[in-house]
Design a protein around this ligand. Structure first.
Ligand SMILES: [Zn+2]
Length: 497
């Protein structure tokens, strides 16, 4: 019943759907009234934002474990600021839940930059307790926006093709379905005790040209918490899960597969990288000089890339550390060079357009057999506010087979292996390979920074283990307690203390 109701929303209001989807029990009538009363407003406010809020909380929490800056990690992991961070991760969808345009604005880097600059001007390092609370809330918000982009742009794009019943790109109920499927795989989740800097937010939205009252913002924040409770309640409902698995076997069945680009379980590391970028900005670095947030390949590694240009699995994706100016994304700023040094014809898709981070490289022709490709990014690639990328970033991928694990591991002790070990990731790229490698992503700290090649053997080993675990998990997900996530955790890679 809930889904029939929210099915009226249209693609633009998918996060409104999330809010309503959270409508459990006595709150359902309230949600329904809100949504029905405001559907026109939400439908007019922009693009789809499609993760459910259980997923948003999970990814933001996971990201904290992948943050490598010790001071930032300590701040975010401290219980009082951790809750502020979790509230920030809920925040943008509150606007959809109450049908107010602040939700859409709150997803994006331009508004988040306004808030960041306010925090920097008002507090600045060393951070007071109040300053820390705002930093944590900001990074939660940022996690939410980026998570939606990566999930929608890679995972849902595959769902539209691989699930027969999908709505083919039109918004359906897949966000709520995947939220509950993911919750079923990952376990219990309590929403944070609601806190929102409503007065500050209302002032900043006004500055950005949008009037909203603090009371509306507080209402939105409370409704999203209810949404999380609803998902948490549904995650053990076997009948619901069976129904979702039947409806969207691909989307429901891969939420915890770390080798699938954009799967919720894989998003913590790139979100952590973005938190670090913003931490740098909070300390005065407004440049466009950071590593990529991640690069993704369809086998969970930069080898054996599917060649068939007719499927989204042929796409290679990357996420930039700053939101981009769409006009700057050209065949001059992004090149994909294959065998013989010739450029391969591609479509560059800045997913969601201006201000977005995620670029899908979509080949116009099949990738060549057994071929290596190099992607190079450079100016005039620029941020939404006109900063050109400093330096170049490169990464490589191949349609050929991965080096044998034994060979690579054997080469770890060999100095020559360093370059080879990071062959998927140019030195400039630093973190670009992080997210490509399943549960090793982010857990392998040394992979970041492109320093040393000792990790590729580990990465490949894990990738193969994870691929195996995921395959088993997909087939018998309800029958086995051993999910890919647990497999990763057992290897002590995905959850660092
Ligand atoms: Zn959202």
């Amino acid at each position: 019943m809930v889904f029939e109701l929210i099915g009226t929303g249209g693609r633009e209001s998918s996060c409104a759907g999330t809010g309503l989807r959270g409508a459990g029990k006595e709150a359902l009538g309230l949600f329904a009234g809100l949504l029905i009363g405001t559907a026109g407003v939400t439908a007019a406010t922009g693009s789809a934002r499609a993760n459910g809020n259980y997923t948003h909380l999970w990814v933001a929490q996971d990201a904290v474990q992948h943050v490598e800056n010790a001071e930032l990690q300590e701040l975010l992991a401290a219980p009082e600021w951790y809750e502020a961070m979790r509230n920030g991760a809920n925040f943008p969808d509150g606007g959809y839940a109450v049908g107010d345009g602040y939700g859409e604005m709150g997803h994006w880097e331009p508004f988040q930059t306004l808030y960041l600059e306010w925090i920097r001007d008002t507090y600045g390092p060393p951070w007071s307790d109040e300053g820390k609370r705002h930093v944590a809330f900001l990074l939660g918000m940022a996690a939410h926006g980026l998570t939606d982009q990566l999930f929608d742009g890679m995972y849902l794009e595959r769902h539209y093709v691989f699930d027969e019943n999908s709505t083919g790109g039109e918004w359906g109920n897949v966000d709520g379905v995947t939220d509950i499927c993911f919750a079923a795989a990952m376990g219990p989740m309590q929403p944070p005790e609601t806190w929102v800097p409503a007065d500050v937010m209302a002032e900043l939205f006004a500055e950005a040209g949008h009037e909203v009252t603090p009371q509306t913002i507080e209402m939105g924040q409370s409704l999203v918490a209810v949404a999380v409770m609803y998902t948490d309640d549904k995650r053990t409902d076997e009948a619901t899960l069976d129904k979702y698995m039947e409806l969207y076997p691909w989307a429901c069945g891969h939420v915890d597969d770390p080798t699938v680009p954009g799967s919720p379980i894989s998003l913590g590391p790139p979100v952590a990288r973005y938190m670090e970028v913003l931490w740098g900005r909070l300390h005065g670095n407004d440049g466009f000089d950071q590593p990529l947030l991640g690069a993704w390949f369809s086998k969970g590694m930069p080898y054996e890339q599917p060649r068939d240009a007719g499927t989204p699995d042929s796409w290679v994706s990357f996420a930039m550390p700053r939101g981009l100016d769409k006009g700057s994304l050209t065949d001059e700023s992004v090149t994909v060079v294959g065998p013989g040094g010739s450029a391969h014809p591609v479509t560059l898709q800045l997913y969601y357009g201006n201000d977005s981070h995620l670029v899908n490289i979509r080949p116009k022709e099949d990738w060549a057999k057994e071929a290596d490709y190099t992607v190079t990014l450079s100016a005039p690639l620029a941020t939404w506010n006109g900063l050109a990328l400093e330096g170049t970033r490169t990464f490589e991928f191949s349609t050929g087979a991965a080096p044998a694990i034994g060979d690579v591991r054997g080469s770890d002790d060999d100095g020559d292996a360093a370059g080879e070990g990071n062959s998927a990731v140019g030195d400039d790229t630093a973190g670009a390979g992080n997210s490509a490698s399943g549960c090793s992503a982010g857990g392998v700290g040394g992979m970041r920074g492109g320093s040393g090649g000792a990790n590729l053997g580990v990465v490949l080993l894990l990738a193969s283990l994870v691929a195996g675990a995921a395959a088993v998990g997909r087939l018998t997900r309800r029958g086995t307690p051993w999910t890919a996530k647990q497999r990763c955790a057992s290897l002590d890679f995905s959850h660092r203390p």
